[in-house]
Ligand binder design. Structure first.
Ligand SMILES: Cc1ncc(COP(=O)(O)O)c(C=O)c1O
Length: 376
């Protein structure tokens, strides 16, 4: 599926124009701009890939936290969305998505209450990995008079959430399905510990091996009368591996929509589609280019940012600044605006309330990140 346009040596330069949109000249930097054409190409590429396959895309909206983008993904063929927080679930349901998977375990009563109230308006499915979490979810569903589906989350090596064995998964499915307000829907595993293996063949082999316990659990549950309607996992970086495992039904890829500098290095199937627009505050030949966005407005928890243009290697990040080495090509002047592609888009988007969606040099719409924590 890789197109020649994506193999160009500079896969970021199309974003440089986002720093010079006339309508945004008076918008204080930093802010986020999205290239809607590139974003929609990414959405279509993923949808086309799964259109001919048994598994479906259930995109992870933790990437953008935006119900408007989520609806575009559903319109393109996704069978619902995946969320990481209850705020995302509430926003997606309010925004009109009617099938939502929370691929996370919730044990906080106010959040469980919000979840149960969202379940009155949409099909909600939640990950479980312990009896305590199951009882808390059941109490909340029961109190609200709703039904909440659950998937048994299986730890396939990441060591975060998930039951530790097939036997524990079988036991949890039996127990939780007997609790009021809960219905068994299936199994989940997430390959977060191996999705960034740089070599794609090694990544493929590691993912195929890691998911064996998921297949074993699905079979063991079937033998006991539990048919898994949902078998879910996956990442943008492994969509073409996890998405082809015969027992998987719902692939939780997220970052393919806007991409970032880290994922652009991991896979060339999708194109970067968003940038933080910043202003150069210090520059000059022989010294670093310093821009007015630092770690408080652009995440560096998972890779360094890069300038869309010119290519100037990243030097350092501090709270309010990023520095890039002086490039061989043209040096920006103090006061110039530049497009900076974050190292980690998901954490960066969560620092903003919205993004400007741009097409052909014009702001077409403001994308509200309505799935953010409203108190943040
Ligand atoms: C549970 C879960 N599923 C899927 C993903 C995949 O997201 P991405 O496509 O951004 O790698 C993540 C990423 O954090 C995750 O935590």
């Amino acid at each position: 599926m890789t197109e020649s346009t994506l193999q160009s040596t500079d896969r970021y330069s199309h974003l440089a124009a986002l720093a010079h949109i006339p309508e945004l000249e008076n918008q204080a930097t930093p802010f986020i701009a999205v290239d809607l054409t590139a974003m929609q190409r990414n959405i279509k590429r993923m949808a086309d890939y799964f259109a001919a396959r048994p598994a479906m895309v259930r995109p992870h909206v933790k990437h953008h936290k935006c119900s408007r983008i989520a609806r575009m993904q559903v319109e393109a063929g996704a069978n619902g969305v995946t969320c990481s927080t209850t705020d995302e679930v509430v926003a997606m349901v309010r925004g009109g998505v009617d099938d939502v998977l929370l691929a996370n375990v919730v044990a906080d009563p106010p959040r469980l209450k919000a979840l149960a109230s969202a379940a009155a308006d949409a099909r909600v499915t939640v990950a479980l990995d312990s009896e305590q979490a199951a009882r808390l979810l059941s109490e909340s569903a029961n109190a609200a008079g709703v039904d909440i589906g659950f998937v048994v989350d299986t730890d396939i090596g990441m060591g975060r959430n998930g039951v530790a064995s097939v036997a524990a998964g079988v036991e949890l499915a039996g127990l939780a399905s007997g609790l009021p307000g809960l219905s068994f829907r299936g199994v989940m595993g997430y390959e977060g510990h191996i999705m960034s293996i740089p070599d794609r063949t090694a990544r493929r082999e590691a993912v195929e091996k890691a998911f064996i316990p998921v297949a074993t659990l699905v079979d063991a549950l079937r033998e006991r009368g539990f048919e898994s309607a949902i078998v879910t996992g996956g990442s943008a970086a492994t969509y073409d591996v996890t998405g082809n495992l015969p027992f998987m039904t719902d692939i939780q890829c997220g970052t393919y929509v806007l991409m970032d500098a880290t994922y652009t290095e991991l896979l060339d199937d999708f194109e970067p589609a968003a940038a933080v627009i910043a202003t150069v505050c210090t520059a000059g030949r022989g010294r670093n280019i310093v821009v007015n966005v630092g770690s408080k407005r652009m995440a560096t928890d998972w890779g360094n940012p890069r300038l869309a243009h010119p290519h100037a290697p990243h030097v350092s990040t501090s709270e309010e600044h990023n520095q890039f080495a002086c490039p061989a090509e043209e040096v920006p002047s103090v006061g110039d605006r530049v497009a900076v592609v974050p190292g980690h888009a998901c954490s960066t988007m969560a620092m903003y309330s919205c993004a400007f969606g741009v097409r052909d040099g014009v702001v077409e719409e403001v994308l509200q990140f309505d799935g953010r924590d409203p108190l943040s």
